[in-house]
Design a protein around this ligand. Structure first.
Ligand SMILES: NC(=O)c1ccc[n+]([C@@H]2O[C@H](COP(=O)([O-])OP(=O)(O)OC[C@H]3O[C@@H](n4cnc5c(N)ncnc54)[C@H](OP(=O)(O)O)[C@@H]3O)[C@@H](O)[C@H]2O)c1
Length: 341
């Protein structure tokens, strides 16, 4: 049983907790020797994914690639022992100049702003994966996808499984299905071992479904409940499974749903935050009979259950927003039902 803190006071503590390795990760990484190259490493998940890999195996070279749009991030990651390279991945010459590595994690993607600039979204989510799959054809590649490729399913269904036929709504989701197909094709046609992480929704304390709901409750803003249910997973668990998936990359290109075990009720969570924050929760709309839900039973069978349970996440997020902890200001828009992001 992990000895988690009851509260998380600041971002240093948060990033320490997010990057705590467990024995299963150490074991699985030992089965995939060699450098780990992380493409698109400067977003919400990449920095602590890199740090997690480094802490799991301090002797390992972990190389993070991004354009480094966020000031100070590169220096912070260097202080964690991570090599940081600057490149625009859409530039073929820059891609060619990046190092070879036996292990690649592909994280770059485009979601918000897709409506109105669909062409760029398809370029980022389909063209770029094709370039990456070609450039690192001899590597193991773990790539991110999203539960958005799946249809809305009845709330009582337990979530869409990997056997549910994809049915993306809108250009963002369709382009993400395109990314899955590109890597499946690379695995089948070139023999590149691949693995897809179909994620919804990772959370830390600065962003995510729980953060968004907690801020609304704290600020007296009505919580929209038409998309009345969701799945969440602690970002540290999602990142650990992503690194462990390197071991399971294969020419079959498995693509697994990755999220927590609960069908989380937005209304219930808002009520839990109201109680913790001493506020009244207000609501907008009423629950639809269906929602964007995925069933991660196969991932649990492969990796075990997430280490951080929902109740712990609720405590941490409530404490964070109550103390005015930093928000990334990046709303998840989990309430969107028409695929327009
Ligand atoms: N977080 C979630 O809950 C969630 C849910 C479903 C799927 N996913 C997927 O999981 C992956 C990781 O999530 P995330 O939340 O960390 O994503 P993110 O915040 O969008 O981070 C991706 C990072 O990639 C870098 N990047 C973008 N374009 C680039 C380019 N042309 N060249 C080099 N670097 C580039 C960016 O950093 P720079 O601007 O510094 O280059 C960006 O911060 C993404 O593919 C995302 O779509 C995440």
């Amino acid at each position: 049983m992990q000895d988690w803190p009851t509260t998380i006071a600041d971002e240093d503590s948060l990033e320490e907790v997010l990057s705590r390795p467990d024995p299963a990760l150490v074991t699985d990484l030992a089965a995939v020797p060699g450098d780990i190259l992380v493409l698109g490493a400067a977003g919400k998940m990449g920095p602590t994914l890199c740090r997690l890999a480094k802490r799991a195996d301090p002797s390992r070279r972990v190389i993070a690639v991004a354009r480094w749009s966020e000031e100070g991030l590169r220096a912070r990651m260097k202080s964690w022992g991570i090599e940081c390279l600057a490149a625009d991945l859409t530039d073929r010459a820059a891609l060619a100049a990046l190092p070879d590595a036996p292990n690649v994690v592909f994280m770059a993607a485009r979601k918000f702003g897709s409506t109105g600039n669909e062409a760029l979204t398809w370029a980022m989510n389909v063209l770029l994966p094709a370039m990456v799959a070609e450039r690192w054809a001899a590597s193991r590649i773990v790539f991110f996808s999203t539960g958005n490729v799946l249809p809305l399913v009845p709330v009582g269904s337990g979530g869409a499984t990997e056997d549910t036929p994809p049915s993306p709504i809108g250009d963002y989701a369709a382009s993400c299905l395109g990314r899955e197909r590109v890597f499946q094709h690379a695995a089948a046609s070139r023999g590149t071992p691949c693995f897809g992480i179909r994620l919804n929704y990772a959370i830390d304390l600065r962003y995510g479904v729980l953060h968004d709901i907690a801020c609304k409750v704290r600020d007296g803003v009505p919580v929209p409940v038409t998309m009345g249910h969701a799945n969440v997973i602690w970002q540290g668990d999602a990142n650990a499974w992503t690194l462990r998936a390197l071991r399971h990359a294969s020419t079959d290109c498995p693509i697994l749903n990755v999220t927590g075990p609960e069908t989380v009720s937005v209304r219930q969570v808002a009520g839990a935050f109201a109680q913790r924050l001493g506020r009244d929760a207000m609501f907008n709309g009423s629950e639809a009979p269906d929602a964007l839900l995925s069933n991660a039973a196969r991932a649990f069978a492969l990796f075990g259950y997430p280490r951080v349970p929902l109740a712990r996440m609720l405590d941490w997020v409530a404490g964070w927003v109550a103390q005015g902890g930093r928000s990334l200001g990046k709303a998840t828009k989990f309430e969107v039902r028409d695929g327009r992001f």
